[in-house]
Structure formats: C-alpha cells, structure tokens
Ligand binder design. Structure first.
Ligand SMILES: Nc1ncnc2c1ncn2[C@@H]1O[C@H](COP(=O)(O)OP(=O)(O)OP(=O)(O)O)[C@@H](O)[C@H]1O
Length: 585
C-alpha cells in the first residue's frame, strides 16, 4: 500500500495542478448529479401528487434539473480529459524513469537479474500506475462522492431509513476484508508467474541455437506449459474470489435492504395509504439507494483491479529503490592514459578474494596483454578498470587520478571496450559504429579504417548504410569483432580494453585485428585479455595472472625464457593444439 502510494505521488508530482483540477471537476459533477432525485421529489410532492399544476414553476424545476445535468456532463468530460491524460502521461513518465534507472544500475545487479522479469517490470508493471489512477481516482473516488452525496440526501429525507441503508457499510467492509485475504496471495503469484513466462520466452530466444541443437524444444515446451498452467490456476483462484464475493453478495444485500426499507415504510404508515409527501420521499429514497449500492458494488469490484495494480506498483517501486551506480561527481580527467594499479584486492562476495594485492604500471600508449588460466581473474581486472564494479578507492589510478574521481561522461569517452561478444544493434553499420554519438561520416569511416573494417563495410550492398540485421546476423564473427573495434575507436579513447576479442575468429582475421592494434601502438593505451596467446605475442608486456595474482610479467621472449614458467607452458600447449588442428585439416 505504501509502495503504491509512493509511486502514485511520484508519478503525479510534475502535474499536481491537473490532478487537483481533475478531482475538483469530479467532485462538482458528482455533487450536481446528487441533486437529481431531490428535484424529482420536489416535482412529485409539490406538483404531481397534489395535482397542483403550476406549469411555470414545474418548467423552471425541469429546466434547472436539465441545466444541472448538462453542467455535470461537461464537468465529467473535463475531469476525464484531465485525469485520463494524467494517468497516461504518468505511465509514460514512470516507464521512462524505470528504464533510465535500469540503465544506470550497477553490474552487480545484473549478476542476478533475469532479463524477462526485468522486461516485464518495465513494460507491464508500470501499467499499474494507470490502473491505480483509473481505479483509485476515477472509480473509487467517484463512487465515494456519489455515495456520500446520496447518504447526506437520505439523512435529510429520513434519518431512520438512512440508518437501515447505512448497515451496508460494515457489510461491505467485511466483504472487502475477506476478499483481500483470499485473493491477495493469488494476485501476487499471478504477477510473478507472468514475468516468469516472459523470462522463459526471452531466455529461449537468446539461447535458440543451443536449444535446437540439444533437441530441447520438447522439454522447454513442457516447462512453459507447466508455468502457464500454474498461471491459469492462480488466475482461477482470483476469479473465484471475484465471482463469489464482489457482485453477487452485494446484489443480494441490495435486495434485502430494499425489502427492509419498504417494510419499514409500510410499518410506519400502519397500512394506511401513503400521503403525498411520502410518495416523493419513497421515490427519492429508492433513487438514492441505487446510488448507494451501485458505487459500493463498483468499489468492491475495483478491489480486484486495485490489488493487481498495487502488486505491480510495489514491484516497480522495489526496482526504483535499487541503488544506481554512484555517478562520480568529480572532474578528474584522463590525459595520456597511463594506468597505475596498486595493492588491488577485490572480492565479489566478502571473504572470497578474486584478486590479491595486484600491482602494475601500464605506461600511456603501451600495449599490454593479460593471459592466464580460466578463472584467474582476467575479466574481473578488466571490469574494475571499466568501473563496472567498484575497486577499493585509490587502488587504480589513470594519469595519477584515482579512477573514482574521473567524471562519468569523460571516463566513458576516454576508455573504449571491445567485448568478447560484440553486441551489434539491428541497425546500419554506420549506426553501429556511432552508437548514438554525434559523429560525422568522416569520423565513422576513420574509425572503421583504423579497425581494418572499412574494406568489408564498403563491399556490403549499401556500404555504411547497410542494415546488419538483429545482432549483426549478416556479418561473420570476425567482421562483427572488427566493427566492435571500430566502435570503440570512434570515440577516440585514450585507453582501449579488449576482452578476448580474438577468441572466436580465425587466424586470418586475428592477423587483421593484430594489424589494427599494431597501428594504434603509441597512440592509445591497449590492454588486451587473450586466450589465444598469438594475439598478444607482440605486446610490450604480457601479464600472466594465476589465481588472482601476477605470476609472471615481461615480453614474450622474456616469459618464454622462464624455464617451466606458466606462460611458456601455456604457449607450448597452444602450439601443440595448433599443430593438431593443422594435422586434422
Ligand atoms: N559476477 C561475479 N560474481 C561472483 N563471482 C564472480 C563473478 N564473476 C567472476 N566471478 C569469479 O571470479 C573468479 C575470476 O573470474 P574471471 O571471470 O575474472 O576469470 P577469467 O580469468 O576472466 O576467466 P575466463 O578466462 O574463463 O573468462 C572466478 O572464480 C569466478 O567464479
């Protein structure tokens, strides 16, 4: 409840004026509508039953009722436009806010996040805000005002009869309480299951090649069907609670109440014919009773929607409460691109250090390779250099400025990344290189040339404008990698980090990448993780990591000279594998 309210307040914050105006129109319209039966009563009691046909007065009364009705309709229109617009804009705002927030969450969050569930929060759950407005403001508030107006009018007409009708209030309270107890767990579960369905869908699409190759379609189908069945069962519980408790019980109460009022009316007259005044009251009373029962039915029915909306709002709110990566408010700058690492110890989980007291100086413009067994901490080191995870303050400096003291935009512009999986957008080659940065065609082309990607791009049928298909489906793995290098270079970084950029490409393309890197020497500081040692053979220095420690450090020939050294063993092993592969061809 608190979360839902917090989200509502947050969503409406920029346009409180609309909100208050909308509510004011709503109250005025409902108030005017409440006058209708009173006009009817006056007409019956004063003119019709006593057969007192004062035509001008009757006409005046009818005209007044007509004007009031029209004004009420106009106010309803204004209210709807105000509040519906507000609700739509709020969803739009909250959705954008949630998406922007997700983009700024720390990498640590994504270690545990499940894509489909996250998508579901940004797309479906944000709709909860609209439902909250529609349910809470439009229907519930409206119904409450109509209800209050009717009760006041009834109090004025006959307070004893009003008390009979008022017994509905505790009855409705009880119904709503029982309903909530029964359906709340089912509603929350339904939401969770729905996002699980999304999650499985997203996972299946992402892993389609593996899924089909391992002939897992049937197993996945069964898993999906089981989830879907659970979703249906959970909806069923909700529906049963709705069907039993909301409309039918109140309809029954309504009939009982009507009987009680008529009985009370009859009992008071002691069987004598009703007087003229009483016919008017009875008419007005019956009209008001409908106005009491209908809003109560509406309010209770809305509880089911409200409950779903609250669960959605709570999920959105929980996501918004995740702490964003703190943005360095500092203004430190990268100039040459010298990296200095000192006593760097890091753990993902406390007590499980992955890096132990690393110390390393990488001069500006140099080319450093990082190699080591799987799990030795290479990617972790790169992630820390990229500020994906926070390194202990002061343990990494660039140009003598601590990493955390460099302003975010400047840092991202100064440090380029070529990841193992190039991640291409379903857009043109040009857009994939520019990535939304305001780069000229000449800059894009220069980056592509530096990455040795220009030649294959111009051979595509529309050159730089060629759409590459989702995930760059139209390119070979090596071409994607070259494009990713071009993208990293287009920002003219001082430091270029490569994460196994040659892991999946053939030796020929590897040589192209090597040429590209060689051209960059002296201009950009390059740190490249490489499983394939030939990629970093020519590096100024190679860092050999072993269980989170620097085991060896030197040029290729220096490391090869260490008898039974780690690097030497790795290198010889790869050479043997290479020969085996060549023999096999
Ligand atoms: N996000 C994470 N959360 C917790 N532990 C992690 C995380 N990422 C990596 N690790 C652990 O940190 C250690 C080092 O992993 P890292 O990915 O840095 O090794 P690597 O040398 O890059 O390995 P590879 O060559 O296989 O990519 C491993 O034991 C791994 O299980």
């Amino acid at each position: 409840m608190g979360d839902a309210a917090a989200l509502l307040v947050r969503a409406a914050a920029p346009e409180r004026g609309h909100l208050w105006r909308g509510i004011a129109f709503l109250m005025l319209a409902a108030g005017l509508e409440a006058l209708g039966p009173l006009a009817g009563k006056a007409l019956i009691d004063t003119y019709l039953v006593p057969r007192n046909a004062d035509l001008p007065a009757m006409f005046g009364l009818l005209a007044g009722a007509l004007v009031a009705g029209n004004v009420a309709s106009w106010l309803r229109y204004l209210q709807l436009v105000r509040l519906a617009g507000l609700a739509m804009r709020s969803v739009q705002r909250v959705r954008e806010e949630v998406y922007a927030h997700v983009l700024r969450l720390p990498m640590r969050f994504f270690d545990h996040a499940i894509t489909g569930q996250l998508v579901s929060r940004v797309t479906n759950d944000t709709e909860a805000v609209k439902a909250l407005y529609v349910q809470v403001l439009f229907v519930m508030l409206d119904s409450l005002i109509v209800l209050a107006g009717a009760m006041v009018a009834m109090l004025w007409l006959d307070w004893r009869l009003m008390l009979i009708v008022a017994t509905l209030a505790p009855a409705v309270g009880l119904i709503v309480y029982v309903y909530q107890r029964l359906s709340a767990p089912a509603v929350a579960r339904t939401r969770e299951l729905r996002s699980d369905l999304n999650a499985q869908m997203a996972e299946s699409i992402a892993g389609m090649p593996v899924l089909q190759a391992s002939n897992a379609a049937e197993r996945f189908e069964q898993r999906f069907a089981a989830l879907n069945e659970a979703h249906f069962a959970s909806r069923q519980v909700e529906l049963r609670a709705n069907a039993w408790l909301l409309r039918p019980v109140l309809d029954l109460l309504n009939v009982l109440l009507l009987a009680a009022v008529i009985w009370a009316f009859g009992a008071r007259g002691n069987g004598a014919a009703l007087g003229a005044v009483e016919v008017g009251i009875l008419y007005a009373f019956m009209s008001y009773m409908a106005r009491v029962v209908e809003p109560l039915i509406q309010i209770t029915m809305q509880f089911s929607q409200l409950q779903q909306a609250m669960v959605g709002a709570a999920r959105v709110h929980a996501l918004l409460k995740e702490t964003e990566t703190p943005v360095a408010g500092e203004t430190g700058r990268v100039r040459q691109g010298e990296i200095e690492i000192e006593d760097l110890t890091f753990a993902y989980q406390p007590g499980h250090d992955v890096l132990h007291g690393l110390a390393l100086r990488i001069p500006a413009g140099s080319f450093h390779g990082i190699v080591g067994h799987t799990g030795s901490g290479k990617t972790t080191l790169l992630s820390l250099l990229l500020r994906f995870y926070p390194a202990p303050p002061g343990s990494i400096c660039i140009d003598n400025v601590p990493l955390e003291a460099i302003g975010e935009d400047h840092f991202r512009a100064s440090v380029g990344l070529v990841p193992q999986d190039p991640f291409l957008l379903a857009a043109s080659a040009r857009e994939n290189i520019a990535m939304g940065r305001p780069l000229t065609d000449a800059q894009v082309e220069a980056a592509a040339r530096a990455a040795q990607a220009h030649d294959f791009i111009v051979r595509l049928e529309r050159g730089y404008g060629t759409p590459l298909g989702e995930g760059g489906a139209r390119l070979s793995v090596g071409q994607k990698q070259l494009l990713a290098i071009a993208r990293a270079l287009a920002g003219e970084p001082r430091i270029l980090l490569l994460d196994e950029a040659t892991a999946h490409i053939d030796s020929e393309t590897e040589q192209v990448v090597q040429r590209a890197l060689a051209d960059l020497r002296g201009k950009v500081t390059i740190v490249a993780i490489a499983h394939r040692l030939s990629t970093v053979r020519d590096a100024d220095r190679i860092v050999v990591l072993n269980h989170g420690r620097i085991a060896e450090l030197g040029t290729h020939s220096e490391l090869m000279a260490i008898e039974a050294g780690l690097y030497q063993r790795l290198y010889l092993l790869q050479q043997l594998e290479g020969e085996d592969a060549a023999d096999a061809v």
